[in-house]
Write a new protein. Structure first.
Length: 101
């Protein structure tokens, strides 16, 4: 962890938006990872669910790719996954990335 603080003007600064995240401490309510790769997720309390895909998924961690870049993904916070209105589980956000590069 670099403990880097990025300061920029405005809500639309590109450094505030990320397309991917990695998360650990994965917990699936059913005990099994979902069979669907395309789900929705919330990255903060009271946020709207957004479309995402699980592109790597194992017992210890996962990588999530959003259909659209997300604002202020914050390491240490939780991500919660849904299949329509059913909560599937969640994980703790570790890192975020702007793209697959």
């Amino acid at each position: 962890d670099l403990n880097t603080l990025i300061v920029g003007q405005g809500h639309d600064h590109p450094e505030l938006y990320h397309l991917l995240l990695t998360a650990s401490q994965v917990h699936w309510i059913s005990g099994l990872h979902p069979s669907k790769e395309e789900l929705t997720a919330k990255i903060r309390y009271r946020a709207e669910e957004v479309a995402c895909r699980l592109i790597e998924n194992n017992e210890d961690s996962l990588t999530v790719m959003f259909d659209e870049p997300q604002f202020a993904i914050t390491p240490g916070q939780s991500i919660v996954f849904y299949d329509q209105e059913v909560c599937l589980g969640g994980a703790v956000i570790e890192t975020r990335t702007h793209s697959l590069k």
